[in-house]
Write a protein that binds this ligand. Structure first.
Ligand code: ADP
Ligand code: MG
Length: 698
């Protein structure tokens, strides 16, 4: 086995700090650092030198092309490769890359969704370098190397057409407001507050051969049919189980590719469902994390193909076993290195910690609908609101100890010698909060895990940008309101006690430490007035309420128009996905399942005829199969009609509702018949690989 020198490999394809220091003149390096750290504009002469150094570095590594790499509203990434060549008078070429080419690009944007923000005749869109996320090289298996510049993507008028622009804006918003709170509490050293994210990525692997025989996996990323096999996940033998050689090989290759791009892949393990796995990186600044997570998803799929496997990122590839999510670990830290969601060691740090927890409670309770909306997709509907992790009701898990502190302070209880949990703000330190994993509530959609919050609703295939744009912005608003109180206060510590009391009174209902899967919780949540939105079409509306418009425009994150465009695009995406599923189901039933069923019936018929008095059994089976065939055919016709009807609706919202209420339900009914038939038909007649092939033959 060849040895891998990890420290040498790590970041070898990144134009990182180390490379910049080596290759840039001191002054240029300093100027670029100012841009990266303080957000100062990059001067053209600096950009020119950086571009040239970047090009030389990329050429030495075999790159011929560069691309402005961006994240359109499709949720995936986009890249148009331009070569560095520039023709010379004598018929040759030189390799060139200018400062302007580094800073800005003008891709034809007409084929990206804009939700009405940009008319097709104004095809131009602009990409602008996000200097805070380092440039990197992407390598193909063929050896092709491309220099990738992480960019934001805007319309001619500066409206955001992508997922990165609002994310950067939201990071600024939360930084500004958090700083005010810190200042009001006497912190004079921090100059920036950074939102950090560590997204844990779940995925499934399937053998490529089986994958290729399943049109539903190819077209929809999930199985639309499939009877449960004899074994699912009930033995609980997969989670953290030993990793099979073939998968371990894949993971090793994946790590290598990620490390080269400076992605700190840290943890890998088997997940709960068979053939399900997880990768978690070390957390990073939110925009870098979001970029990296896109690369993680892309690389997972690329590397899988090299191993004759396919990587499924869909939220629900298989019925009856766990789906996949993305645990979005989120926190705030100062540029002086203080994690604001970590209980401190001094009374002052603890007061600060409690204030930020107040902000979180207030933010999440006020805007639970927005948080839910950021995780809405047809794929994620199979998790949220479908008796799976986590439920569609947003609540916050604080843990008993921390919740207790809030309850006691809010109740104004007096400190007794025994009750360590009571804290006198500004005087006491907090009791140690348990940080171990064992007693953590795994059922909560938004859980405090000792020094960060873990938002677990995020779908496995989605970009983490949306959820973090929301988190940053709603917390910015809460911090803004808190800052106003603290700035005016004569006695800050007294004001914090009052703040905790008010927060518990107004937003305490959002705290829930119990079992989020239980029926009682659904009932209790209803009593508390917490929303429980079980499908995307309803959930997405939260983007266009007056409350959302005011919030996002106030903090300069998304304008009214930008919100509307997103709403339209996401609702349309929902319809498109269900439409593809319906068309796939129709094709599979007509061209694969029904012909197979009829062949079997023919076999049964002739066998019955040839078997004389012993033909009764065949006839009985024939009757059973025939009844299901009839039902399947009827449900197929219903699905065809429903799909046609939905396709003809022009209003995006009405159309999405039609896909949800008629098409999706018709698909489900059809699946019932086909899955029942699968259980009756001989394996050699069944035309596609079955669940036990897909899940257990890796
Ligand atoms: P788990 O038991 O859920 O796997 P870990 O403590 O291993 O918990 O962390 C999971 C993820 O949370 C990792 O990606 C980790 O880097 C990230 N994380 C840790 N601290 C922070 C933080 N301060 N901000 C954001 N993410 C964090
Ligand atoms: Mg986790």
């Amino acid at each position: 086995m060849s040895e891998m020198n990890v420290p040498e490999v790590f970041g070898s394809n990144v134009f990182n700090e180390k490379v910049m220091k080596e290759r840039l003149p001191k002054e240029t390096y300093k100027a670029l650092k100012q841009t990266i750290e303080k957000g100062l504009p990059l001067r053209p002469e600096v950009a020119a030198i950086v571009a040239n150094a970047m090009k030389d570095w990329a050429l030495e590594r075999g790159a011929t092309h560069y691309t402005h790499w961006f994240q359109p509203l499709t949720g995936s990434t986009a890249e148009k490769h331009d070569s560095f060549i520039s023709p010379t008078d004598d018929g040759g070429v030189i390799m060139e890359f200018s400062g302007k080419q580094l800073i800005q690009g003008e891709p034809d944007a007409s084929s990206f969704p804009s939700g009405g923000l940009r008319a097709t005749f104004e095809a131009r869109g602009y990409t602008a370098w996000d200097a805070t996320s380092p440039a990197f090289l992407k390598e193909d298996a063929s050896g092709d190397v491309t220099l990738c510049i992480p960019t934001a993507f805007c319309s001619y008028n500066g409206e955001a057409l992508d997922k990165k622009t609002p994310l950067l804006r939201s990071m600024k918003a939360v930084s500004d407001q958090a700083l005010r709170v810190l200042r009001a509490m006497g912190d004079t050293t921090a100059t920036r507050v950074i939102s950090t994210v560590g997204p844990e990525q779940e995925y499934f692997l399937v053998d490529l051969e089986y994958y290729q025989e399943r049109l539903d996996l190819i077209a929809c990323g999930r199985t639309l049919f499939g009877a449960p096999g004899p074994k699912g996940q009930e033995l609980e033998d997969q989670y953290f189980g030993p990793i099979k050689d073939r998968v371990a090989d894949y993971m090793k290759d994946l790590d290598l590719e990620l490390w080269k791009m400076g992605i700190s892949s840290k943890t890998k393990h088997n997940e709960v469902a068979p053939a399900q796995y997880e990768m978690a990186p070390v957390f990073s600044t939110t925009n870098i994390s979001a970029d990296h997570n896109q690369l993680v998803m892309e690389t997972m799929q690329k590397v899988a193909l090299r191993h004759d496997m396919f990587c499924l990122l869909h939220e629900k590839p298989y019925a009856g076993i766990n789906g996949s999510g993305k645990h979005n670990n989120w926190s705030l830290s100062t540029d002086t290195g203080l994690n604001l969601l970590e209980p401190g060691h001094t009374p002052h740090d603890n007061a600060q910690f409690l204030v930020f927890i107040c902000a979180l409670l207030k933010a999440v309770d006020t805007h639970a609908d927005i948080m839910r909306a950021t995780c809405a997709s047809s794929g994620n509907d199979h998790r949220l609101g479908a008796n799976e992790a986590p439920p569609a009701i947003i609540s916050v898990f604080l843990g008993d100890e921390l919740a207790d502190i809030f309850i006691k302070i809010a109740a104004g209880q007096k400190n007794t010698a025994k009750e360590k949990a009571f804290v006198k703000i500004g005087v006491d330190t907090l009791p140690d909060l348990p940080k171990d994993n064992t007693d953590r509530n795994r059922t909560s959609p938004f859980a405090f895990t000792g020094n960060k919050f873990e938002f677990r609703m995020v779908g496995s295939s989605q970009s983490v940008s949306g959820p973090n744009v929301a988190l940053n912005t709603i917390v910015a608003e809460a911090l803004d309101q808190i800052a106003r109180r603290l700035e005016k206060a004569k006695d800050v510590n007294k004001e914090i006690v009052a703040l905790i009391k008010d927060t518990m009174k107004d937003h305490g209902r959002i705290i829930f430490n119990g079992n989020n899967y239980s029926e009682e919780w659904a009932k209790e949540a209803k009593k508390r007035g917490l929303p429980n939105v079980r499908n995307s079409v309803d959930a997405l509306k939260a983007f266009v309420t007056p409350k959302a418009m005011e919030l996002f425009s106030k903090y300069g994150v998304l304008s009214k128009e930008e919100l509307h465009s997103r709403y339209d695009i996401y609702v349309e995406q929902y319809s498109k996905h269900i439409n593809i599923e319906a068309q796939t189901a129709i094709q599979m039933v007509k061209r694969q399942y029904l012909p197979a069923v009829m062949r079997y019936m023919e076999e049964l018929g002739s066998s019955a005829a040839a078997s004389g008095e012993y033909g009764e059994v065949q006839k009985a089976i024939l009757a059973e199969v025939g009844a299901l065939l009839k039902s399947a055919y009827k449900n197929l016709k219903t699905l065809e009609a429903a799909t046609k009807e939905a396709q003809g609706i022009w209003n995006v919202e009405k159309q999405a509702k039609s896909y949800r209420d008629k098409v999706f339900t018709a698909c489900t009914a059809l699946r019932g018949d086909i899955d029942a038939l699968e259980a009756l038909l001989p394996r050699d007649i069944w035309p596609v690989p079955v669940y036990s092939d897909l899940l257990f033959k890796l």
